[in-house]
Ligand binder design. Structure first.
Ligand SMILES: Cc1cc2nc3c(=O)[nH]c(=O)nc-3n(C[C@H](O)[C@H](O)[C@H](O)COP(=O)(O)OP(=O)(O)OC[C@H]3O[C@@H](n4cnc5c(N)ncnc54)[C@H](O)[C@@H]3O)c2cc1C
Length: 282
């Protein structure tokens, strides 16, 4: 296996594109485990560690651009992720455990497209956009269009995710993430990210996304609509929760049965909305 540590994204793209069975390595949190288990054997590994632009955060009128190599730990400490954008910080601070938060990166989370992870859920809730560099230049793609299936993205051979735009979102909104796991630090049985804005006691905007309940993060526009212009009463939350549970396609696994996951969705939604409302009033 060949190994390279180029200093620019363009050099990295050239190396990746010119070698069959090449992979880039970010924190190595999952990639190294997959190689050790013999699941993959790349002919060439291109490290992203020396590409300075991938570690950079920039602010723009649209929102915050997070470099793909920012670790979950760094994202969790980023206080500029406020308001609706806080959903990303909230997820980064809760996911897995400290060693994974140190190793794992925001770009790696998107590229892995593991349906049991949480960062993709928060990014879909935030309506994030992903900048991708490839042999033909750079393009900006909504995160939903990158995550196409279980462990499958729309990235082409030779492409590198360079940064992710977190839009500022609706004025006055708050973002929040909630997970339910068997024990602290385990992958979640179900996770849920939401953006919420209230006008007095009435919900004026909401976007709810559920994780670990299908091949990609689940967003159901009808569930959001069921909550908007309501006071988020028990009946409203239960009805929206049922719409989400109905649309979900969870699997049975060691972390819970599909039926259990469907049952958890409305409960997690109720809890997340209560917590987000409290945050909105701080
Ligand atoms: C034991 C364990 C527990 C975990 N628990 C959770 C959890 O509870 N919740 C959660 O949300 N996540 C969890 N994760 C996932 C973790 O947060 C990381 O996001 C994930 O492992 C990716 O790690 P990484 O960024 O180091 O990428 P790597 O492991 O280095 O790479 C992963 C894949 O993405 C590709 N890749 C990486 N970066 C880029 C890029 N910029 N451009 C193009 N391709 C790229 C690589 O080629 C590789 O195919 C867990 C991971 C492990 C190993």
């Amino acid at each position: 296996m060949r190994y390279a540590e180029p200093e620019t994204v363009e050099e990295g793209v050239t190396l990746l594109a010119s070698t069959e069975h090449s992979r880039c390595i970010a924190g190595g949190a999952t990639l190294v485990a997959m190689m050790n288990a013999g699941h993959i054997a790349p002919a060439m590994l291109v490290s992203l560690h020396r590409m300075r632009e991938l570690f950079t955060l920039t602010e723009s009128a649209d929102g915050l651009w997070l470099g793909a190599m920012m670790s979950h730990r760094v994202v969790a400490a980023e206080t500029r992720l406020r308001g609706a954008m806080e959903v990303v910080r909230s997820a980064a601070g809760q996911l897995a455990h400290p060693s994974i938060r140190n190793m794992g990166t925001i770009g790696g989370s998107v590229c892995l497209a593991d349906p049991s992870t949480e960062m993709p859920v928060a990014l879909v809730a935030a309506s994030a956009r992903v900048e991708i560099a490839g042999p033909g230049g750079r393009r900006l793609v909504p995160v939903e269009d990158v995550l196409v299936d279980r462990f499958k993205t729309s990235l082409r051979h030779g492409e590198i995710v360079t940064r992710i735009l977190i839009p500022r979102g609706v004025e006055g909104a708050v973002g929040h993430h909630l997970r339910f796991s068997r024990v602290s630090g385990d992958y979640p049985t179900v996770s849920l990210s939401l953006i919420l804005a209230m006008q007095g006691d009435t919900c004026s905007h909401v976007r709810v996304v559920v994780g670990s309940c299908g091949p990609v993060p689940l967003h159901v526009a009808a569930a959001d609509q069921r909550l908007i212009h309501t006071a988020l009463g028990e009946e409203d939350v239960a009805a929206a929760g049922q719409l989400l549970a109905h649309a979900a396609s969870p699997i049975d696994d060691v972390r819970g049965s599909a039926e259990y996951r469907r049952m958890l969705i409305p409960r997690l939604l109720g809890r997340a909305l209560t917590q987000a409302r409290e945050l909105a009033h701080v």
